[in-house]
Ligand binder design. Structure first.
Ligand code: NAG
Ligand code: NAG
Ligand code: NAG
Ligand code: NAG
Length: 331
């Protein structure tokens, strides 16, 4: 009896410590970081291999890195721009080198064809096979309008169709970093069909479309409009085909990634009171925009916004253009 009571006391004490003491200590059991190579910065999104635990990430200087686990770490896998050289670009921080070095943003595998599709902010839609190296250009314009800012991407595994966003047909990534794009509504949602090799414009006049994610059954695509703080559901099939509705107004929505269970994780922001500052969050949402989980990443990212949260192997992998590590949040 005495033993049970003291055990209970210990349990209560540890709950007390868990809730009230040293947040960094307590929280660190959930969060770890994987450091990028010394000159790499700004992981924007991820693509995971099936079964191996290996993943791919695009960074600021134009490289696509492959992560091979803690022993080997990251190695160079590929690049998107034919004008990129390691001498000029590796570790480069000058934004005006972007068009020369490339800037891979959205990444996604089509597993059946072993293609890694990449939306490069300057180059457009490209693909790489398992050998990596220089990517093949898939598409750089649609309806005669070049992509100015290829951004989010997702692949429908059954059909092989690639859904992606062009954030603006006027402003590129450099202009966006200077805040010029706030009122721009020239963004597009696009679809690449690998069978016909054609790109279709699904939606235009969007306000800063960033992320895109297709439902497992291929009936709809979710699109995050970063600048208008809206998340749309665009119907591909059924009675509502070719129409959309707004399913969320969470601030600063960015990349969205599907989960095995058929719902989604979305990177976004929350307005913190009373300071009104923005803090980065990840939200698990379903196809109706209902939030089933929110994770606040402020303890590890402060006011740096995140661009992606992707569930893999029981953890959330966190991407942010403002840091030099990949966050791993276990839950
Ligand atoms: C976008 O930025 C580039 C490079 O700084 C500049 O040349 C271009 O004029 C800008 N575009 C607009 C529309 O402001
Ligand atoms: C966007 O529009 C608002 C309202 O008209 C204006 O205050 C703001 O300066 C504009 N921002 C940019 C970047 O043009
Ligand atoms: C998009 O915006 C342009 C310019 O404001 C307008 O002429 C056009 O009708 C719009 N298109 C759609 C599909 O809303
Ligand atoms: C989007 O949300 C941000 C952060 O709350 C806010 O500053 C901005 O004005 C919002 N934009 C629109 C178009 O509502």
């Amino acid at each position: 009896m005495a033993y049970i009571i003291s055990l209970r006391k210990v349990t209560l004490l540890s709950i007390f410590i868990f809730i009230f003491c040293s947040p960094s200590m307590v929280l660190s059991q959930f969060f770890s970081s994987i450091q990028l190579p010394p000159t790499a910065r700004g992981p924007e999104s991820f693509a995971f291999e099936l079964g191996t635990g290996r993943f791919y990430v695009g960074v600021d200087d134009g490289r696509i890195l492959q992560y091979n686990g803690p022993a080997t770490g990251f190695v160079d896998f590929g690049y998107t721009s034919g004008t990129r050289s390691k001498a000029v670009c590796d570790g480069a921080t000058n934004p005006d080198l972007g068009p020369v070095c490339g800037r891979p943003l959205g990444l996604g595998f089509h597993y059946a064809s072993s293609q890694l599709y990449v939306c490069d902010a300057y180059v457009g839609l490209v693909s790489l096979d398992s050998g990596g190296g220089l990517a093949n250009l898939v598409s750089s314009s649609a309806e005669g309008e070049p992509y100015r800012f290829c951004n989010g991407l997702d692949v429908h595994q059954l059909s092989g169709n690639v859904f992606f966003t062009d954030t603006s047909t006027v402003y590129d990534l450099r202009n966006a970093s200077k805040g010029l794009t706030a009122n721009d509504s020239t963004g597009r949602l696009l679809k690449y069909d690998p069978n016909t090799k054609r790109v279709t414009v699904l939606l235009k006049n969007l306000t800063g479309p960033a992320g895109a994610a297709v439902s497992q059954d291929g009936t709809y695509v979710l699109v995050s409009n970063f600048n208008s703080n809206t998340t749309m559901r665009y119907w591909l099939q059924g009675l509502r085909a070719n129409t959309y509705d707004i399913i969320s107004t969470q601030a600063r929505p960015n990349n969205i990634q599907g989960t095995l269970a058929g719902d989604f994780w979305q990177a976004a922001a929350m307005v913190k009171q009373p300071t009104q500052s923005l803090v980065p969050i990840g939200q698990r949402i379903n196809g109706f925009g209902i939030v089933t989980r929110t994770v606040n990443f402020e303890p590890w990212y402060g006011n740096n916004l995140i661009s992606g949260v992707q569930e893999f192997g029981g953890a959330l992998y966190v991407a942010s253009r403002y840091v030099n590590f990949v966050g791993v949040y276990s839950f």
